[in-house]
Ligand binder design. Structure first.
Ligand SMILES: Nc1ncnc2c1ncn2[C@@H]1O[C@H](COP(=O)(O)OP(=O)(O)OP(=O)(O)O)[C@@H](O)[C@H]1O
Ligand SMILES: [Mg+2]
Length: 655
């Protein structure tokens, strides 16, 4: 573009200079012509001077021999002037023709002078004077004619020259106007061309820049030329294409990373190696686009890495056929410095059929990734037959990342499995312990139960014996009532014991916890006759929950009974309140009784722990705890700061 601008300016300057030069030449020439005209005008003045002098001399002729003859000196002076006028003319003209004419003029003047001299000096006779006068006069007339002729020639030439100069001035004018006009037009044309040459590429470059800025990477401009704009356009095109290429690479990497993320993320949530085997086989096969994919795991007994099943692209028999000895795996692993191993030159590699496969499912290229949970090589990811060509560094790198993830996932799964087994063992041991403790407790209780049941039985037997001999109906009825009461007591003891020992299945159904509580409270109200004990109820609106209504009733009854027991001496209040938090119904049973001493508190859920001696079995709270636990709920107890105890039961709401 710089060259173009310089070329255009050079053209403009060249044209303008040429026009100016021509005009200058014309002006110079015209000026010299004008000088000549001016000199011609001087000649004209000289000529007129000459004519005047001749006329003066001619007039002087008339004065000779008259009373005016005293002016002779003036005549002589005039003749001398005439001489000097001719001399002046002579000084200027150099052309031979003019010089010739001037010479002739000089001759005439000389002739006139001699005629005049004869005339002036003549005095003899009048006739002679007159003839001399005429002679002089004729000479003067000839002189005048000659001068006039010369003047006419000079005038003609003057006119011709003037005409020529006027034409030249006009030409100069035209040349100047033309030069200016054409310079203006060239200037306009150059401006137009330059504007177009600059605006066109700028517009195209702006278009492509806008497209690139709006995310249309790879947009190019078709503008080409050899100027800086052409270079800029080529650079913008290169930049746009390389941006598109980089963007495509970034997108490709992003999609690979996303694929990798999607593939590896679930691996870490699997808790069993089988789930990992399935995910690796099918997920990696799709991600790296291969025909066969699976995991070979070390069988410590056989010392072989056996191909696990399910495997992508292999049936169970084919997977079962594939195996690699531990030593061979270690050789391959170490030979490749622990990096995934690419074998693209099958079958020349010399690998056995047990690794490469055979018949129609034989691999023609292979990629191995090493699985090393806790740093021990115990697995090999086997990929065979890449769909879109051979395995390359990229697939190698990706399998490296996948293998590391699989190693960690297997490690986690093994940890999880170990933990699960330990938990199961612990649970079994715990259950065993509880059962043993229960049995021990039941054994311990047996004597108590025997004693407890023995007492009512002894009474029952005793009163039964008395009835045999009793004839008084009133006495019989009193004894029967005692027998009945003692029988109930014995039944209660047995029932409580059974309740704790037996595992009753839950009869789960949708229940309204408020109405269950209301039933229990009304039952308690019937039993509590003491006016010093007051019951308060506050129920919040609760959604239905899943639960066994009878077992929950038993829980609430046990806790409320304990509350009543705690108030038996001094009376007080029992407050039943329901509420809810985000996921649970909360049942609160608070009393203002004697509270639970700190040393007793940790033991209240122990079976058969009671502070009520023969009045309690110590099974109420342990049974309640078991029931709430079976409902996926929670039971907590707190001694109130003032006085009394608060039990809170949390039961999950239905989702
Ligand atoms: N509200 C309470 N106030 C004070 N102490 C309590 C309260 N609830 C429970 N306890 C203490 O916890 C012990 C165990 O209670 P639990 O209900 O298991 O057995 P129990 O009431 O003694 O006998 P059972 O309920 O079998 O007749 C009680 O003996 C008592 O000492
Ligand atoms: Mg109790």
């Amino acid at each position: 573009m710089k060259k173009k601008i310089i070329a255009y300016l050079a053209l403009l300057i060249a044209f303008f200079s040429t026009g100016s030069l021509i005009s200058m030449l014309y002006i110079t020439f015209t000026t010299s012509e004008l000088e000549k005209i001016i000199s011609l005008h001087s000649v004209e003045i000289l000529r007129q001077d000459l004519v005047i002098k001749i006329q003066n001399v001619e007039q002087d002729l008339l004065t000779v021999h008259t009373e005016l003859s005293d002016r002779l000196d003036k005549i002589v002076l005039n003749v001398q002037d005439l001489d000097s006028a001719v001399d002046n003319c002579k000084k200027c003209h150099h052309s031979p023709l003019i010089n010739q004419k001037l010479d002739r003029l000089r001759m005439h003047i000389d002739k006139f002078k001699s005629s005049l001299s004869y005339y002036i000096t003549a005095s003899a006779d009048d006739e002679r004077v007159r003839s001399l006068k005429m002679e002089a006069y004729n000479a003067a007339s000839g002189l005048l004619d000659m001068t006039t002729e010369m003047a006419s020639i000079a005038n003609k030439r003057l006119q011709e020259r003037t005409q020529k100069v006027i034409e030249q001035v006009k030409s100069v004018q035209q040349i100047l106007v033309l030069t200016l006009l054409i310079s203006l037009l060239i200037g306009l044309w150059i401006s137009f061309r330059l504007t177009r040459n600059i605006l066109n590429p700028v517009r195209q470059l702006m278009d492509v820049s806008r497209k690139i800025a709006s995310g249309n990477l790879g947009s190019t401009t078709s503008y080409t030329d050899s100027t800086e704009f052409g270079e800029l356009a080529a650079s913008v095109n290169d930049m746009s294409l390389s941006l598109r290429e980089s963007n495509q690479k970034i997108l490709q990497n992003l999609s690979r990373l996303t694929g990798l993320y999607r593939l590896t993320l679930p691996l870490h949530s699997f808790s069993s190696v089988n789930e990992i085997i399935r995910e690796v086989s099918f997920g990696v096969a799709e991600f790296l686009s291969v025909e066969q994919c699976g995991l070979l795991l070390l069988d410590h007994k056989s010392g072989y890495f056996e191909h696990a099943y399910p495997a992508f692209g292999l049936d169970e028999t084919q997977a079962g056929f594939l195996r690699i000895s531990q030593s061979e795996v270690l050789d391959l692993y170490h030979a490749n410095n622990g990096k995934p191993l690419i074998i693209n030159n099958l079958p020349e590699s010399g690998l056995t059929e047990e690794i490469a496969g055979k018949d129609g499912w034989a691999a023609h290229n292979l990629l191995f990734g090493w699985v090393r949970p806790k740093g021990t090589l115990t697995g090999v990811i086997r990929l065979a037959n890449r769909r879109d060509g051979e395995f390359d560094e990229e697939s190698n790198r990706l399998l490296g990342i996948i293998s590391n993830n699989v190693s960690v996932a297997i490690e986690n799964a093994q940890l999880h499995e170990d933990l699960r087994l330990q938990m199961q063992e612990l649970k079994e041991a715990q259950e065993q312990l509880v059962q043993t403790a229960k049995l021990a407790a039941i054994g311990e209780l047996a004597s108590y139960v025997a004693h407890e049941i023995n007492n009512p039985l002894t009474s029952i037997l005793g009163y039964a014996e008395l009835i045999k001999d009793e004839s008084n109906l009133e006495n019989i009825m009193r004894d029967v009532e005692i027998i009945t009461n003692e029988s109930f007591r014995a039944r209660d003891i047995v029932q409580q014991l059974l309740e704790f020992a037996r595992r009753r299945p839950l009869n789960m159904q949708e229940i309204d916890i408020n109405s269950i509580l209301k039933d229990v409270v009304s039952l308690i109200r019937v039993q509590v006759k003491d006016p010093k004990i007051q019951l308060h109820e506050t129920y919040a609106e609760l959604p239905l929950i899943m639960g066994d209504p009878n077992q929950l009733k038993q829980v609430f009854l046990n806790i409320m009974k304990n509350a009543v027991d705690s108030l038996s001496e001094n009376g007080g209040e029992i407050t039943i309140r329901t509420s809810r938090n985000s996921a649970q119904a909360v049942i609160e049973i608070a009393d203002t009784g004697h509270g639970i001493p700190p040393d007793v508190l940790p033991r209240i859920f122990e079976p058969f722990f009671t502070t009520k001696r023969e009045k309690g079995t110590g099974l109420g709270l342990p049974i309640s705890y078991k029931i709430i636990e079976a409902h996926q709920g929670k039971i907590e107890v707190k001694n109130r700061t003032d006085r009394g105890t608060v039990f809170r039961i949390f039961l999950p709401l239905m989702r």
